[in-house]
Design a protein around this ligand. Structure first.
Ligand code: GLY
Ligand code: MN
Ligand code: MN
Length: 436
């Protein structure tokens, strides 16, 4: 389930095919980030750079050239350095890069400023991911200045600068079979982590202890990191959408909402499950839970080619509005409530986002209503929720019930595949698992 150089070099070829003749594309690796003093956050490669190289070192630059129909791939990377490698870790170096990657040249990152202008000179269009790397943008500015001042060397600066994301985002939106295989694995590991959390959950534990069970399952199965900060919110904390403090004690009688997914081989999973801390739903918890599940299943059934996220979200909004009206959480006329968007008080986020190398992956949604027509190969989440905080002006019996159910889907030729279907989500199945 590894992505190999065959995959990454095919991505570069596919990109080069879409670039016009006499163009260059420059993609920068991520930079290491200081956590405090002389300690760093764990390095995470830039998603675009990863997509085109699979190379996980900082201080690297990928240059793709297309001049007079001939293409060239050049990687600038860190030099081998005995001292640095003893203290900080291995480096591939230029010889290693030439062995591991299907590239034409590997050059020292220290030579970047010197080499780049001559290599890029003469191309008409310069592509880079605008806004991705402040340091990268500075380097490009310097290179352009060198080119403009390099008349004596016959240098010529490109006349147009184009955002490479216009091409790359759409490429990343459509997953190849190899990417789907990796995402299935990320999904499976994450499902198992949620199952483990359900099995290990006990009143009296801290939320972060459940987080630890999740991380344990990730790491035990080849995914050392979460794709995003894990949310473990018990009771009222489940009503805070991006709650990541995870520092409260889990209380008997409350629900707990866990939103967690691993990053596996660079690809994210994103799953939410909500379950009773003591293993048994109360009447009110069950009513809200089953309403969210009904909406989620209806939305999933609508995810297929030629449909849109908007169509699914309209169905969810309608089901949740009717359901909350039936339960007495909302009151009034159904059509009026729908028109007023009344359900937004309890369902205040979107239904879905693309998922891939980034948990909120790149790709145009066409409009904020998410009207892009779905096509096979797209991967997305379906994640309706209802959050009734203790401040809500409703019968207190509904207070502190926060429920989200989130799965990851692949759009297929004839519908969809739920990648995250190996962790239970019906009331009966959750209660059975927790009792075992
Ligand atoms: N975990 C963030 C989200 O569900 O979008
Ligand atoms: Mn999500
Ligand atoms: Mn999520």
């Amino acid at each position: 389930m590894m992505l190999t150089e065959t995959f990454f070099s095919a991505r570069r070829k596919a990109l080069l095919q879409q670039l016009p003749d006499n163009s260059a594309a420059i993609i920068f690796a991520a930079q290491e980030k200081t956590r405090s003093a002389d300690t760093e956050y764990h390095f995470r490669q830039n998603s675009y750079f990863y997509y085109l190289t699979g190379f996980n070192e900082p201080e690297s630059v990928l240059l793709l050239l297309k001049k007079d129909g001939a293409v060239q791939t050049i990687l600038f990377n860190r030099d081998k350095d005995k001292m640095q490698e003893i203290w900080h870790g291995r480096r591939l170096g230029q010889a290693g890069a030439l062995t591991n990657f299907e590239i034409d040249q590997a050059l020292s990152i220290n030579a970047l400023s010197d080499e780049l202008p001559a290599l890029v000179s003469g191309v008409e269009s310069l592509y880079s991911c605008h806004g991705e790397s402040a340091q990268g943008e500075l380097l490009i500015k310097e290179m352009l200045n060198s080119l403009r001042l390099g008349m004596k060397k016959n240098w010529r600066a490109p006349s147009v600068q184009i955002d490479l994301r216009l091409i790359l985002d759409d490429m990343r939106l459509f997953k190849t079979n190899a990417e789907v295989a990796v995402m299935r694995k990320a999904a499976k590991i994450s499902c198992d982590a949620h199952s483990r959390a359900m099995t290990f959950c006990q009143a009296g534990q801290f939320e972060y202890q459940l987080e630890a069970e999740i991380m344990h399952e990730f790491a035990s199965n080849g995914a050392r990191f979460a794709a995003y900060n894990t949310i473990v919110g018990g009771g009222e904390n489940a009503c805070i959408l991006h709650y990541t403090e995870n520092e409260s004690v889990l209380q008997d009688g409350d629900l707990v909402l866990i939103d967690a997914g691993c990053e596996y081989n660079g690809y994210a999973a994103d799953i939410t499950r909500t379950f009773p801390i003591n293993g048994k739903f109360s009447v009110e918890q069950k009513a809200i839970y089953e309403l969210v599940l009904k909406a989620q299943l209806a939305a999933i059934a609508l995810i297929k080619p030629s449909s849109t996220i908007k169509v699914a979200n309209d169905a969810v909004t309608s089901i949740l509005t009717q359901g909350l009206l039936d339960l007495g959480v909302l009151s009034g006329d159904f059509e009026q409530l729908l028109q007023d968007g009344a359900v937004k008080e309890f369902y205040m986020h979107g239904l879905s986002h693309w998922i891939g190398i980034d948990v909120h992956d790149v790709g145009d949604y066409i409009s904020s209503a998410r009207t892009r027509v779905l096509e096979p190969g797209m991967t997305l989440t379906i994640e309706p929720g209802i959050y009734i905080s203790q401040d809500s002006d409703v019968d207190p019996k509904w207070h502190s019930i926060g429920v989200r159910i989130e799965d990851d889907l692949l759009v297929t030729v004839d519908g969809n595949e739920v990648l995250t279907d190996s962790v239970v989500k019906t009331v009966a199945d959750i209660e059975t698992l927790m009792a075992s």
